[in-house]
Design a protein around this ligand. Structure first.
Ligand SMILES: Cc1cc2nc3c(=O)[nH]c(=O)nc-3n(C[C@H](O)[C@H](O)[C@H](O)COP(=O)(O)O)c2cc1C
Length: 187
């Protein structure tokens, strides 16, 4: 089979066929990390396998975007944490352009989250602890110092929730001083 004539098949594929849990726009938390954790738990409860899998996008030295799949390691006051080898393309890109976007899509709940912001390398002890927590197979051949944890210090977080009638909901948090400004946009 070639890709010719593939477009009709693509059009037949269902999209946004999940079902979103209720979202109370009057009761959104002040901190996007809190809403993110709630949404990830709801995704897991709805049966999303490996809901902590995300796409990390970076920019290379020529200004070209790059993206790959990886695992979310933590969320909190410092932002969203991911990890990988120092010898990787993403590490070189983050050294040159310390900024990233992280994207999640949880199909059964028709929800996606976009996180973006500057990236800060974690202290060496924290990266070493991250490596130590990996399975023996995943640690194989990787020395401490060769494994890096990065924090995406989000300055914008978008929560998108799809609806069957296409009246989607988009909640955007943007950093404002020490806190966050929140906007609810039509999708
Ligand atoms: C489900 C899944 C999880 C992954 N988790 C990680 C991860 O946590 N860290 C990592 O460096 N690569 C992870 N990878 C591999 C990356 O997608 C990628 O191939 C690798 O990091 C090299 O990317 P780079 O050359 O752009 O740096 C994962 C891949 C998949 C499919």
């Amino acid at each position: 089979m070639t890709a010719d004539g593939f477009a009709p098949w693509l059009r037949e594929q269902p999209s946004l066929s999940g079902s979103a849990p209720p979202l109370d726009l009057e009761a959104l938390p002040a901190d996007p990390a809190e809403l993110f954790v709630a949404w990830m738990r709801e995704a897991a409860d709805a049966g999303v396998p490996e809901p902590h899998t995300a796409t990390l996008s970076t920019v290379d030295a020529h200004g070209l975007p790059d993206a790959r799949t990886l695992i979310l390691k933590d969320v909190g006051r410092r932002g969203w944490a991911v990890a990988g080898p120092r010898s990787s393309a993403k590490a070189a890109q983050l050294a040159t352009n310390p900024a990233a976007a992280l994207t999640f899509w949880w199909q059964p709940v028709v929800r996606g989250v976009r996180v973006r912001g500057p990236v800060v390398e974690a202290p060496a002890a924290e990266s070493a602890a991250d490596l130590a927590q990996r399975s023996a197979a995943a640690r194989h051949g990787i020395a401490p110092g060769e494994w890096v944890r990065w924090w995406i210090a989000a300055d914008r977080v978008e929560f998108w929730q799809g609806a069957p009638d296409r009246r989607h909901t988009r909640v955007v948090y943007e950093r404002a001083g020490d806190g966050w400004a929140r906007t609810v946009l039509p999708a």
